[in-house]
Structure formats: structure tokens, C-alpha cells
Design a protein. Structure first.
Length: 819
RNA sequence: GCCGAAGUGGCGGAAUGGCAGACGCAGUCGACUCAAAAUCGACCGGGGUGACCCCCCGUGAGGGUUCAACUCCCUCCUUCGGCACCA
């Protein structure tokens, strides 16, 4: 055993293992970060995406975003803001349920244990959360209000039941989420998965599509995220056109098209295999073929339909539709390239001007009639602009005017109307799971449903000893018969409870509201309090939530806005995505790659301050960047050097720190520059460069023998949001009895941030030829004079014609000469 | 295929019209030490010249705008993220 690695401790050693728990205890005991709900101070609401407390515990990606928000929160407090900076748990979800099924333990117990681990880990990093506001989505006092919001949606007609296709795995006896299905097989076990219609709860998010799209404008979010949401919503303008069915006067077919101008070029129609019209129109002699095709299509997943269908399959129904513009009889086909969920589930096919229709027509020998001039339709569909041809009343028009004219004509004739379609689908809101919020609905014996009354909430999850799959595709709750079947106390009727539970998205849709008023028993959030605190000023989290979580939360927020619960249109004013941290080999961290870094290990070996500082020093917050253990040591060295600047080997305050009169000039300038840069960089979340600047200050201070106390105190305050434990400890050793958390943020004097003399560059034809020290305030003319006097420049330009001289005060002088 | 972001030393990155490589890591040399660790100091893009000075090249590739381009514009390549028959 080596004796060298247990070097003798000296009283002046930097020991994060001792000072970090000490200050964490101090903050907890003194409730240092408790946030008053009301205050005269301006508010600042800074939010992390709350985590799913997985069994694996925290990984180094979590503290990245949490540190960034913590720095800003601590900074804003020192700037005099009343800062709301809470943390909680998105604790419903699949992994706990699966683990429960495997181990026979209760998900609540597993969840509780995981939360305890997460909380211990998060607390060990010294984040300044107000733990009095902690919430968990699995707490009945919380999900009571999740259920309440669901009921509001139901009352507004925004929650409805429908038969929806789900991923049903017969072998596992359960329904799987899309992400649990890989290549048509179950993620666990590799069993086949089929699509099967089941009764589901669905939220009518499409009713809010337009507002969700338009209100993106006012948000300070990354453009890429806004673009992804716009694309997800997928607004497109066009027309809905009514086609009559030949020989079946009581039937009609609605199609959606973005190109009503090409109506005269429609040579056939296609309906989705799942379309209800198929059964009604199919001719007897085609029935067998069509049914076979429908069955084939039902077996395919959405992925197979798109990826494998390089060749567009389809079958003829034997029926014909009547084109309303020219009464042409066109065949109706069934093909799975038309999706039931978009538009009307039926299209008019214009093979001359739509590439998919073109491919289909080629394959099945259907006619292709050009109606827009330009392009070569023997090669490909032509989708560009041109002049309308073969189009009756539209002939001679360009595409856009033709669209307007035909829509007006269709509306006049009652054969169609202008229509906006969205790619966005209604939100499949039910899961056939135990570990989620129960949907507070009763199915009565007479076939009606009764939403629970507010005073019947929360509808608690029944406590069960063992969670077993139902085998029917319903949730494990069907096994809990004494919970399931009741006599409804309100109507007196026999009733069966809803067995579907809510998806994990539900609880995370509104948690930012609950943090404002976490113990309210009368409402999800107090109206006056939300008025003070909303919107969230800064929301930081991973880009994986770019679309779903952020879209769902915005949707709920708008509904709550409409019913007067909240008073802002949008929940999150500013959004920032932190980039992923990769393993040391540059690959994504994962257990199987063996490159996972555990924050606990870094805290144990180097301390929380080092971990925090390193994660911020790695690079820009938004960037993806690899972990480097050597880099950890680098910032740890910086903290040790900071420590030694303040604390002598025998543990006393460095005697060089004193209220010196007339401080050393270089340090004075560096100090003011440092305050300025650190302040501005924090405001712009550029933590890596803020840290660099503090390193520059330290390098400078180490050279000095006289360290003015006011600068040394200011530096500790600058460092404190980044490395709060060491900062508190040094602050105390500088003679302060109280925490520095509410000390005023240091200020700088602009006069000290500009130098008296600066080095300027003298260029000839844009190339640096000489440098000179000049007074900082010298004007362009003076600069030019100095430049021309330079010996090197004189030799350089000798005998050449000076064409132009550009002098930029404080920067450079460029002399442009001829050859 | 479409949309978005990004390409800078050996590595992470800085500079967003004005000295490319701040700060850190790694590396080399030196000081301290019996020795090592720790610490401190110096050097640290490539090439020519070769202590120094000096010159040339250099921010994915090519072109353009400008007195001046890592930075702005165009074309292309590569990587990453997202979407993907949406009529």
C-alpha cells in the first residue's frame, strides 16, 4: 500500500469534501433559498425541465442544464430579483411499471426510492432550489389537479373517445408505445406487434393548431425549435372538394387538395384502406381483392408503409367518382400511400403535377393529363408554376389566380370550399397502464359517461399488491375489481371506472404552474400569484423535448388561458436547449459503451464546485461536447489556486489581502474588466468565457503582493454563482457572518475597463507590417500620422502611390498602396 | 429527399467585419526535491530561416463582396439533430 497518496493534511488545504456539505447544511437549515410568493421585488422565474427519476440515477447531462440555471438564479438574486427556481419529479412512467412487473414490487415504492436518490444527488451539487416547493406528478395532491384540468378539457369538448389504432402485442398481452416498437417487434422480447383499433381518449389539440402556430412568433426560442414546431403543425392551405359517386346518388366523397387549380387533371381518386367509404362503394367483383389489400395494409406499421413502399401498391374498387368541374368519370382506387389521418383520407390524383400520383399512375397504367404548361410529364410530375391548359374556365391563368378562381367557383356551386389542413393530429391521450393518472370518468350501465365532480377528486390509483398485465389490452387496473365496479354515488347507477390512465406528458404539461403555488387546495394555482410569476422567464432543458412536451404544454396553457386560470398566452418566454455531453470517446454516453460518467464520482474525487465549473467551462451551453477528465482536473486546479490566494498553508487569511490604499494599477483594470465581462457573459449564458475571464483575473492577482480587500471580496462574489461552496467559505473567512447569496452583485467602473494606451496595428494593403502603442483616445488623423512615421512602413511603401488610408481609432490603420 | 445547426492548433474552445488561436487540457524545457507528486516559471499552428530578427502559408473546399473576411454573399463537401408518401 502506498503511503504517498494519503499526504498529511495541512490546515490550509482546500477540502471540498468538508466545505461543501457544510454549506449545503447551512443553506438548508437557514432556508436560504426560500422564495417568497409575493414580493415588491421584480420577479424572475427560472425553470429546469424536471427529470424523470430513473433507477440509473443522475448522469452528467442533468447537472449541465441545472448548473446553468443555478448560476443565473444566484446571479439574479444578487441583482435584487425575487427568483423562483424550483425542482420536482416527473415520476409517472413506464420504466417504474416494467420494473414493478419484473420484481413484484410497487411502482410507488420504486419511484419513491428513485426520487430519494435523485434528490440526494441534486442536493450534493449545491443547487439553490427552493425545496419547499418540490412537487411530484405522482402525488395525489398534484395529480388531483392534473385530473381537474382533464375534466376542464372534457367539458370544453376537447377530450373525446375514439377508436384509434394502437400497437398491440399479443405475446405480452399489452399495448406498446411507438417508441417501444422496433421494426414491428416489441422492444422487450422481440414479439410481433400488430395494429389494432381500440377505444382511446383523445385531446383535440388540432382545435388550437392555428394559435399554436401563430403565437410562436412572440417567443424567444431557438429558431430551429420553432421551425420544428411549425413543421409538426404543418399548416397547408387548399380546398375540400366534393366528388359524387357514380351510380350511387346517396354517396359522396370529400377530398382535400392544395392544388385545386389542377382539378381538370384529376384522372383517378384514391382513398385510404381504412376509409369507411371503401365498404360502401366497392363493386362485388372487386370485394375480395380490396379486402385482402385492406388486411395486408392493416398489418403494416406506419414505418413499413412508408419505407418499404418504394413501389406504390393499390387496388381498384370498381367504383367511379364524378369530377365536379367536368363531370368526368374517374376510377376510385384504394392505396396505402393515402393516409387516413390526414385531410379527408381521400385524394383526387393529378399524376401530371404530383410526384406520388405520377408514380402510382405509371405503375397502374392510369392516364396522365397535363393541366399546367411547363415540365415534361413523361419524365416526372411538374410541380412548378405555369399557364393553365386543358382546364376549361381556368385556361390561360397562372397557378395562384387559378386556385382563387376555382375555389370561388366550387363555393358558388356548393361543390367545395376553401380549407386549411394540418399535419398535426389529435393527441392520443390514454395509456393502458397502471402507473399514470387515472382518468376521472365513469362509464355508466346505460352507456353514458359521467365525469367526476371536483369534490370527487383526486381519483386515487388503487393500491395493488401485484401489477399484472390484463391480457386483453386494457390496463392492469381491470384486475382491481373492487375499484373498477362501483355503484355511482351520484346517479345510483352501476358504473365501471375508466381503466385507461394518462400519458407521462400530462403531469409535465402544467408543473411550472404548480411550482408557483404548490400547496393550493382550491385551485391548480392562485390567480394573483400566477399573474406575478408568469411567464417563465427562462426554461432550460434538452432538445429531445423540442416538439412534444413543449407543444402539449403550450396547448394546455392556452386552454387554461381561455378559461381564466392563467393570464399569459404562452408559458415559456425564453427557451434554451443545453447540448448533450458525450463520453470521453466522443460517443453518446451509455452503459453498453461503458463510457458513462457518474456525477457522484466527480463530487467525491474533486467536489461539486469543480463539477459545476467544469460543465460550464466545457464550451457553449447549447453545444454537444465530449467529456474530458483532464479538463476536470484543469478547473479543479483553478479552484485550488483561488483557494491558496485567500488561505495560507496554516489556514489563515492571506496577509496580502488588506484594505490597501492605492491599489496596483494592473489589478484594478483587470478587476473592473472582469466584473464587466462576467456580468455580461452570465446575462447571455456564455459561462465558458466568464470562467476564462475569472482565470485571467486569478493569473494577474497571483503576481501581486498587495491584494486590495474590496477586489478580493468582489471576485468571491463573481465566482459564487459558479462555485458557491468555495465562495461561501472564502466569504466567511473574509470576515462575513452571513451567506453571500443576497449580497449586491459587484459593479464596474467603465473608466477602468478602457486602457489609456492601446496597441494598434499598422497594415499595408491589409497585411500587418508594424504595431505601435498609442493613446487610446487618439483620433483617425493622429493615428494616420503615427502610421506614416513608422520606419517599417516607410520602407514598405517607399516609391509607391498611396491610394487610400483607413484609420480606425483604437484598432488599426491600413495604408492602401499601388503596385 | 426536405428542414435546421455546425466545421478554427494534438484536444475542448475564444474572437462574429479590424493583430486568428483568449482561457484551459495535453506536450517540451527549467526551478524546487535525495526522488516523485504537488507547485512555480518559460515555450507551445505549419513551413522557410533556424538563439533572435524576418518572410511565406493557415479558420472544411472553391468563388465573390470589401481597404480589410473565421466573421457577409453564392456553390459544393462533411458531421450532427429533426422530419419523412401529409395530397
Amino acid at each position: 500500500m502506498s503511503t504517498t497518496d494519503t499526504a498529511a493534511r495541512r490546515p490550509g488545504d482546500y477540502l471540498p469534501g468538508e466545505i461543501e456539505p457544510k454549506w449545503q447544511r447551512y443553506w438548508e437549515e437557514n432556508r436560504t433559498f426560500r422564495t417568497p410568493s409575493v414580493s415588491d421585488k421584480p420577479k424572475y422565474y427560472i425553470l429546469d425541465m424536471f427529470p424523470y427519476p430513473s433507477g440509473a440515477g443522475l448522469h452528467v447531462g442533468h447537472p449541465e442544464g441545472y448548473t446553468a440555471t443555478d448560476i443565473l438564479a444566484r446571479y439574479k438574486r444578487m441583482k435584487g430579483y425575487n427568483v423562483l427556481h424550483p425542482m420536482g419529479w416527473d415520476a409517472f412512467g413506464l420504466p417504474a411499471e416494467q420494473y414493478a412487473i419484473e420484481t413484484g414490487r410497487h411502482p410507488a415504492e420504486i419511484t419513491q426510492r428513485n426520487i430519494a436518490t435523485f434528490k440526494r444527488q441534486i442536493m450534493s451539487l449545491g443547487f439553490s432550489y427552493d425545496w419547499d416547493r418540490e412537487v411530484s406528478t405522482t402525488n395525489p395532491e398534484y395529480y388531483r389537479w392534473t385530473q381537474w384540468i382533464f375534466l376542464q378539457l372534457y367539458k370544453l369538448g376537447l377530450a373525446y373517445q375514439a377508436e384509434m389504432m394502437v400497437n398491440w402485442c399479443p405475446a405480452l398481452g399489452t399495448v406498446l408505445a411507438n417508441e417501444e416498437v422496433i421494426d414491428g417487434k416489441s422492444e422487450r422480447g422481440g414479439h410481433p406487434v400488430i395494429r389494432k383499433p381500440m377505444r382511446q381518449w383523445v385531446l383535440r389539440i388540432t382545435a388550437y393548431a392555428e394559435r399554436l402556430l401563430n403565437d410562436l412568433e412572440e417567443l424567444d426560442w431557438p429558431e430551429s425549435i420553432k421551425e420544428m414546431q411549425r413543421h409538426w403543425i404543418g399548416r397547408s392551405e387548399g380546398a375540400e372538394v366534393t366528388f359524387a359517386i357514380a351510380e350511387q346518388p346517396d354517396l359522396e366523397m370529400e377530398v382535400f387538395t392544395t392544388r385545386p387549380d389542377t382539378l381538370f387533371g384529376a384522372t383517378y381518386c384514391v382513398i385510404a384502406p381504412e376509409h369507411e367509404l371503401v365498404e360502401k362503394i366497392v363493386a362485388p367483383e372487386y370485394k375480395a381483392t380490396v379486402q385482402a389489400y385492406q388486411e395486408e395494409a392493416a398489418k403494416k406499421s406506419d414505418l413499413e408503409r412508408t419505407e418499404l413502399a418504394k413501389e406504390k401498391s393499390g387496388v381498384f374498387t370498381g367504383a367511379y367518382a364524378i369530377n365536379p368541374v367536368n363531370n368526368a368519370k374517374v376510377p376510385i382506387w384504394v392505396a396505402d400511400y393515402v393516409l387516413i389521418g390526414y385531410g379527408t383520407g381521400a385524394i383526387m390524383a393529378v399524376p401530371a403535377h404530383d410526384q406520388r400520383d405520377w408514380e402510382f399512375a405509371r405503375m397502374h397504367d392510369l392516364p396522365i393529363i397535363p393541366v399546367v404548361s411547363g415540365g415534361d410529364i413523361t419524365e416526372a410530375a411538374y410541380t412548378g408554376d405555369g399557364v393553365m391548359i386543358n382546364s376549361g374556365l381556368l385556361n390561360g391563368l397562372a397557378v395562384e389566380p387559378a386556385k382563387e378562381k376555382i375555389i370561388a367557383w366550387l363555393e358558388e356551386q356548393g361543390k367545395g370550399q376553401r380549407k386549411v389542413s394540418y399535419r398535426l393530429r389529435d393527441w392520443l391521450f390514454s395509456r393502458q397502464r397502471y402507473w399514470g393518472e387515472p382518468i376521472p370518468i365513469l362509464h355508466l350501465e346505460d352507456g353514458t359517461v359521467r365525469p367526476l365532480n371536483d369534490d370527487e377528486l383526486p381519483l386515487l390509483l388503487p393500491d395493488v399488491r401485484e401489477i399484472k398485465p390484463s391480457g386483453t389490452g386494457e390496463s392492469p387496473l381491470v384486475n382491481v375489481t373492487d375499484w373498477l365496479y362501483i355503484t355511482d354515488p351520484v346517479t345510483g347507477k352501476q358504473a365501471r371506472r375508466e381503466t385507461n390512465t394518462m400519458p407521462q406528458w400530462a403531469g409535465s404539461c402544467w408543473y411550472y404552474l404548480r411550482f408557483i403555488d404548490p400547496r393550493n387546495t382550491k385551485a391548480p394555482v392562485d390567480f394573483d400569484l400566477q399573474k406575478y410569476w408568469l411567464p417563465v422567464d427562462l426554461y432550460v432543458g434538452g432538445a429531445e423535448h423540442a416538439v412534444l412536451h413543449l407543444l402539449y404544454a403550450r396547448f394546455w396553457h392556452k386552454v387554461l388561458y381561455d378559461i381564466g386560470v392563467v393570464s399569459t398566452k404562452e408559458p415559456f418566454r425564453r427557451l434554451v436547449n443545453q447540448g448533450m455531453i458525450l463520453g470521453e470517446n466522443g460517443e453518446k454516453m451509455s452503459k453498453s459503451r461503458g463510457n458513462v460518467i457518474n456525477p457522484d464520482d466527480i463530487v467525491a474525487s474533486h467536489g461539486a464546485d469543480t463539477l459545476r465549473l467544469y460543465e460550464m467551462f466545457m464550451g457553449p451551453l447549447e453545444a454537444v461536447k465530449p467529456w474530458d477528465t483532464k479538463g476536470v482536473e484543469g478547473v479543479h486546479r483553478f479552484l485550488r489556486r483561488v483557494w491558496r490566494l485567500y488561505v495560507t498553508e496554516d489556514g489563515r487569511l492571506n496577509p496580502a489581502i488588506a484594505p490597501w490604499e492605492g491599489s496596483p494599477a494592473p489589478l484594478e483594470r483587470i478587476y473592473h474588466k472582469t466584473v464587466k465581462k462576467v456580468t455580461q457573459d452570465i446575462e447571455e449564458l456564455r459561462f465558458n468565457t466568464a470562467i476564462s475571464q475569472m482565470m485571467i483575473f486569478l493569473n494577474e492577482a497571483q503576481k501581486e503582493t498587495k491584494l486590495p480587500k474590496r477586489y478580493m471580496e468582489g471576485f468571491v462574489l463573481l465566482l459564487s454563482p459558479f462555485a458557491p461552496h468555495i465562495a461561501e467559505e472564502l466569504w466567511q473567512r473574509l470576515g462575513h457572518a452571513e451567506t453571500l447569496a443576497y449580497e449586491p452583485w459587484p459593479t464596474w467602473d467603465e473608466a477602468f475597463t478602457v486602457d489609456d494606451t492601446v496597441e494598434i496595428v499598422i497594415q499595408v494593403n491589409g497585411k500587418v507590417r508594424d504595431k505601435a502603442m498609442v493613446p487610446a483616445d487618439i483620433d483617425a488623423a493622429g493615428l494616420q500620422e503615427i502610421a506614416l512615421k513608422s520606419e517599417k512602413i516607410q520602407t514598405e511603401i517607399a516609391g509607391k502611390e498611396i491610394k487610400k488610408i483607413i484609420a480606425v481609432p483604437g484598432k488599426l490603420c491600413n495604408i492602401v498602396v499601388g503596385k
